[in-house]
Write a protein that binds this ligand. Structure first.
Ligand code: CA
Length: 242
């Protein structure tokens, strides 16, 4: 638990804070340092991209309202070069923004006005997900299902033989389902295992991510339904065409 046991000095994860409001940036830096992480600050999108390349942060905390290149452009450009977890900050109730950000490959979002304790919990959860992603990598597994191959070494997914470019969260969701084909997996189970403890009630993030995952699979393999809805329960991976 990264949040509960701060990482020893020298091994602290680097968190890139992309924010043009100095007051918010300063508060975020204080909170992140208090939790044992190493914050870096970029005040605009161009600076953010430069720091992603040069400082290789372990997580990016990104305000979408930025001068010049906005947060959406920043997410797109980061995803062209890196799988670093991205947590974006948006206005409360900006439903379209949440869908858009997750669709572009962000991992999670927080809403303004920010609750810093909640933000720290979400940072810790995103870092844990990134670490357990690495764990799957180390095992070098390959998951083969009818019409689907997941190469855990390269994190590459092929549907009907065509590559599918998934965000880290979409990838973890697919792996969780494909590991147990035919089995109904509950919403709370998926939220806990893919997003982390504390997310069990966050149905919205699951639904949006599932929508994106299905759209990407359908683009590669039109007509094939890999993930079925189990109404009132959750989802299940279809072992073959149903
Ligand atoms: Ca801003």
């Amino acid at each position: 638990m990264t949040g509960a046991n701060p990482t020893p000095p020298g091994h602290a994860e680097r968190i890139l804070v992309v924010e043009d409001e100095p007051e918010f940036a300063e508060l975020a830096v204080l909170w992140l340092e208090r939790h044992g992480w190493r914050p870096l600050v970029a005040a605009d999108g161009g600076e953010a991209l430069r720091l992603v390349d040069e400082a290789r942060p372990d997580l990016v905390l990104l305000d979408v309202g930025l001068p010049g290149l906005d947060g959406w452009g920043v997410i797109e450009q980061i995803r062209e070069r890196s799988r670093v977890p991205i947590l974006f900050v948006t206005a409360r109730d900006a439903e379209a923004d949440k869908v858009r950000g997750l669709g572009l490959g962000a991992d999670d979002y927080v809403t303004k006005p920010i609750s810093f304790p909640e933000l720290m919990a979400r940072v810790a959860a995103a870092l844990r997900r990134a670490i357990s992603w690495g764990g799957l990598d180390d095992q070098g597994q390959e998951i083969r299902r009818p019409g689907l191959v997941v190469d855990a070494r390269s994190h590459q997914v092929y549907a009907a033989g065509r590559p599918v470019h998934l965000s880290p969260t979409e990838y973890r969701l697919l792996v969780r389902l494909a590991e147990r084909p035919g089995e109904a997996i509950g919403h709370a189970d998926l939220l806990r295992t893919v997003w982390g403890p504390g997310y069990a009630d966050d149905l919205h993030v699951l639904r949006v991510t599932m929508r994106n995952l299905r759209a990407k699979l359908a683009e590669a393999a039109p007509g094939r339904r890999y993930v079925l809805t189990v109404y009132g329960i959750g989802y299940r991976f279809a072992p073959a065409q149903e």
